[in-house]
Design a protein around this ligand. Sequence first.
Ligand code: COI
Length: 351
Amino acid sequence: MEKTTCPKAKPIDSSKLGFGNIFTDHMFIMNYDEGQGWHDARIVPYGPLSLDPAAMCLHYGQEVFEGMKAYRTPEGKVVLFRPEKNMARLNLSNDRLCIPKIDEAFGVEAVKKLVDLEQDWIPSGEGTALYIRPFIISVDPHVGVHPAHHLLFIIILSPVGAYYPEGINPVKIYVERQYVRAVRGGMGFTKTAGNYAASLKAQDEAEKQGYTQVLWLDGVERKYIEEVGTMNIFFKINGEIVTPALQGSILGGITRMSCIELLRSWGYTVSERQLALSEVEEAAHNGTLEEAFGTGTAAVISPVGELKIDDEKITINHNQIGPVAQKLYDTLTGIQNGRIPDPYGWVVPVK
Ligand code: COI
């Protein structure tokens, strides 16, 4: 391990962190070279990478990433939330992007070592955490389209507040009709840069109209609900909690999975199924659309207060956070921050 000789000043006011603006003093890095496998794992001072301008990730987007968080409990312990699930998903993305798999247990260990070293960067304050961004890039200097033979696995850390400026207050979502994010058979289920690049145009247009995010429809019929820009989506319709099934074009969120498990343990009926936009519209019109909320590592639980569908604006639950979203938020963040017991074994200490 190489420690920095010039540590940065840590942010003083955690309420002003925003999301993804500040990075800690160190990063983890490991190389892959064909014939050698993954090797040379090390922690070094955080800083710029030196890449060949022909590095393949810069041209063809052979890249994958993860998003996870570290928290400090009231007893001062530093914990992660289901880190093994992130490493398993990273390998799922790796497989689709022709990136050599990593040893998942080693990946979790790498996260633990780096977070342990940087634990003084974990912010305190409601809704804050240390965001962890593992990612893999292809670095062969080669302007031809082939799977890379040389890659870097890097982990960086960022003290964060809420992803959306609204925090836990309801967000306004724009239903995207023109652009699509992914189709089955594509890469929609992976965490790769291209999925997010595909989302920028619609996101930009939604923001210009005063909406926080877009709700994607399926890429074939443009009829079924998929996911929101940075989160999975749930609707409560006439007592049933519905979220789109994982069929290859949407991300299998770890927060999504945890919310489904929590909701079922509380006795709710949760259906992972095809959900037509028209069903949500109809429910809104006949008064059975009770709640809508998004889930994600960055977004946590984010109630949806307004949906813009073509020229119609649908207000959900009087633009207030609903009881299900509130209970999920309190329980999930309570478990993650160690404020309430974790009967599921989801929380893992870094040491
Ligand atoms: C996360 O929720 O961790 C994500 O990766 C979403 C991101 C694009 C901020």
